[in-house]
Ligand binder design. Structure first.
Ligand SMILES: Cc1cc2nc3c(=O)[nH]c(=O)nc-3n(C[C@H](O)[C@H](O)[C@H](O)COP(=O)(O)OP(=O)(O)OC[C@H]3O[C@@H](n4cnc5c(N)ncnc54)[C@H](O)[C@@H]3O)c2cc1C
Length: 504
């Protein structure tokens, strides 16, 4: 029997990889997804213990809106004729910040501006001007069909259809959030708050966060809103997989790719840890750029483009994660789903500085046994702090670190430690092992101040036939962002393979 040659092989079934795969399957391509783990989703996966279904990572989800063009998760599911029930979250984040700065980002824009303006009455106008400017970015994005900026014909078509929106975006592309914030706001504490507004999803302060990304996050939370998938975040990947299979696509689990095969300088296939070899016309890597070029292509010298990217971007820290099951009685009535806790502004970026907390069972109680809630809490942590330990040192270090986090959370929820029913601690080593991400990193962050998003790489690589997708490609981290990367990657491959592309 002749060897089967797929149109496209996707290495990894994170949301970036699955969106690429499903978009291509919907265009008629023969697609094979190879996933090293047991289930799809990567950082948007889940695991089950003692009746709890825990999200691995992401749980504050944008992109499930019903209108506009930036609702890329809704659109990705629609492309394969699937939908997902989602539960709207009335508050994006409840901040618990230094000097008693305690406020909520309400889904209703005006309510949020009112609450922030009440806290900083002398800056009420500046606050409105800043967030309104972010909205201008969003309005430009939300008007145009989002496809690959690596396709000049698409770029030209969109420009002729929406010249003002495109000019607006071009203007904002090289801009960081801090530049715009300082134009409108003077109060140092309020500027720190804007830093945190960026840090909590970009893991970088305003000075190193592109305005385009902030425009999306700061506006879509009030437009499409934050919506939690019924059944847990893992449902997104699972439903995309169902759509892929319905269209004749294939996915294999426990299929770890160890090498991307190169012939005459072109990517032509992959080798698995099992020794199996697959070939395809195009290869997509949903592994991080570091894993792709340093591990899967270790036989080649690092291309110059990747070397330059490494000078601009560094690995963000990983996380120390606590997956907790607690007695429901410990949460007071009116508790919100997502919280950020920081006691000292100088600690925002340091290990165990900012604490992120999500309680998804407030939106979907079925994720925990009756009378219980899930608390998923995580805080930045570097892998270097977890290396070179004996198994017992590792265990003790985990216990001690978890106790520190619980102690701080007691201030939000007195009695928390006594209310614990289940606890599992993950470290950067856990993230590296289960997500296959080098050093367990959350993704790339600018190594220095950059001009907005200009330094980020798109999907094509220096190796013909090889594409990257996911959070180490434009526009970066977050489920809606990697869905964008997936749509763009699939579009560029469709053009390259001569598949039908969207007419816009
Ligand atoms: C703790 C945490 C909290 C987060 N919270 C949020 C949030 O609230 N909202 C939000 O939008 N985003 C959040 N994020 C970010 C978001 O989850 C990620 O940006 C996004 O899921 C990354 O998707 P991806 O497709 O780039 O890659 P990944 O999710 O990393 O998926 C890559 C996949 O490739 C597989 N793979 C890797 N190498 C190989 C190989 N050699 N062979 C086969 N398979 C391989 C991996 O197993 C994995 O399944 C969070 C992330 C973390 C870690």
């Amino acid at each position: 029997m002749p060897e089967q040659i797929f149109d496209v092989i996707v290495i990894g079934s994170g949301i970036g990889g699955l969106v690429t795969a499903t978009q291509l399957a919907a265009k008629g391509a023969q697609v094979l997804v190879l996933e090293r783990y047991l289930i799809p989703g990567g950082s948007a996966g889940y695991f089950e213990r003692n009746g709890y279904r825990f999200d691995v990572g992401a749980s504050m989800i944008l992109g499930f809106g019903k209108q506009g063009t930036t609702n890329l998760l809704t659109r990705a599911l629609e492309a394969v004729d699937m939908t997902l029930e989602t539960i709207p979250d009335p508050v994006q984040i409840h901040y618990h910040l230094p000097h008693g700065l305690n406020l909520k980002v309400h889904r209703a824009y005006e309510n949020f501006l009112q609450e922030l303006g009440d806290r900083f009455p002398h800056e009420r106008q500046g606050v409105r001007r800043f967030y309104d400017q972010c909205r201008q970015v969003f309005n430009c994005l939300n008007r145009i069909e989002l496809l690959s900026l690596e396709d000049p014909r698409y770029v030209a078509r969109v420009f002729f259809q929406h010249p003002l929106a495109c000019l607006g975006l071009a203007k904002y592309l090289p801009v960081n959030v801090a530049t715009v914030a300082r134009r409108h706001i003077q109060d140092p504490e309020l500027l720190k708050f804007i830093d945190m507004e960026c840090y909590c999803w970009s893991v970088a302060p305003a000075e190193r966060t592109p305005l385009i990304n902030a425009g999306m996050v700061f506006s879509d939370r009030h437009y499409g809103g934050v919506n939690y998938p019924k059944g847990g975040v893992g449902q997104i990947a699972q439903t995309l997989v169902d759509g892929l299979i319905k269209l004749g696509g294939e996915i294999q689990y426990r299929a770890r790719v160890t090498e991307i095969s190169i012939q005459n300088g072109k990517a032509v296939g992959v080798k698995l840890a099992s020794g199996k070899v697959y070939r395809a016309k195009r290869i997509v890597s949903n592994a991080t750029r570091w894993d792709t070029f340093e591990t899967l292509l270790s036989q080649l010298p690092l291309p110059g483009r990747e070397q330059r990217w490494r000078q601009r971007y560094q690995k963000s820290p990983s996380f120390l994660s606590l997956h907790l099951g607690v007695n429901a009685s410990v949460l007071p009535a009116g508790t919100e789903c997502h919280h950020i806790l920081l006691e000292d502004w100088d600690s925002m970026e340091v290990a165990e500085g900012t604490i992120f907390l999500s309680i998804p069972t407030l939106l979907d109680p079925d994720l925990a046994p009756p009378g219980r809630h899930i608390l998923h809490t995580f805080t930045p942590s570097w892998i270097t702090d977890w290396q070179g330990l004996t198994p017992s040192q590792y265990r003790v270090q985990k216990e001690v670190a978890a106790a520190r986090i619980l102690h701080r959370l007691e201030k939000l929820f007195p009695g928390l430690e006594a209310a614990l029913d289940y606890q599992e601690v993950g470290t950067p080593r856990t993230h590296r092992r289960f997500l296959g991400r080098v050093d367990g990193t959350y993704g790339p962050i600018p190594a220095k101040k950059l001009m907005g998003l200009l330094g980020m790489l798109f999907n094509r690589t220096a190796i013909p036939g090889l594409y990257c997708v996911g959070d180490s490609t434009f526009p970066g981290q977050g489920l809606n962002a990697v869905a964008f990367s997936g749509v763009a990657c699939a579009h560029r491959i469709a053009v390259d393979l001569g598949l039908p592309i969207s007419a816009g």
